[in-house]
Design a binder for this molecule. Structure first.
Ligand code: FMN
Length: 177
């Protein structure tokens, strides 16, 4: 299976990347080919809502989103990787998700597998309620098949994350695919 990770953290050596690296190790041990797209260093503009695409057609904005689209249209699984920012996904990741608008039907008809890797400082049981609800709603709307979520409670710094159970859980999720 070809797996694309949409890396939504700007920190190359941060907590999100610890989960991503472990997930990748597991997935490659299971024989999958993986690619990480560092969307935080790409030139992707927010959807302007012009709907010139008619929800399925070329976007009038010519930017790096075309690269992301072409990779997502060829993969079997998307992994959304993000730090928790004000109880949602990072703006960088949300920007890419909003641009799904111009290939909404194509994405929907591909019935891709998906997963969520997320980290947060907080460890209250409600920490991920909003992000989890959002992700599950996207899965339902875009017709993904959810393969799992790793929600890293109390993963506020790379050392907190390394000491937690979540890197291992991320590895196991990748390996289980
Ligand atoms: C802009 C911003 C918003 C954040 N919002 C939250 C939040 O709502 N809840 C939370 O628990 N942690 C929040 N955090 C903490 C990060 O989610 C946490 O430190 C995470 O480990 C960062 O991941 P990274 O190392 O990949 O950047 C926020 C951090 C930043 C920079």
């Amino acid at each position: 299976m070809k797996i694309v990770v949409l890396m939504g953290s700007p920190n190359k050596k941060g907590s999100t990347s610890i989960l991503v690296d472990n997930f990748l190790k597991g997935a490659s041990d299971a024989g999958h080919s993986c690619e990480v797209i560092d969307i935080t260093r790409m030139n992707v503009h927010p959807c302007t809502g012009c709907v010139a695409c008619g929800y399925e057609g070329p976007c009038v904005q010519k930017d790096d989103n075309e690269i992301i689209k072409s990779k997502l249209m060829k993969c079997d699984m998307i992994v959304f990787a993000t730090p928790l920012y004000y109880y949602g996904m990072s703006a960088q990741l949300k920007t890419v998700v909003d641009r799904f608008c111009a290939y909404n039907s194509s994405l929907n008809s591909r019935h891709l597998k998906s997963a969520l890797l997320a980290v947060a400082w907080n460890s209250d049981d409600w920490t991920f309620d909003a992000l989890e609800a959002h992700y599950k709603t996207l899965v339902r709307y875009i017709n993904f098949e959810d393969m799992g979520m790793i929600l890293g409670y109390g993963c506020g710094t790379p050392s907190m994350t390394s000491r937690s159970k979540y890197p291992d859980e991320a590895y196991k999720l990748g390996k289980s695919l």
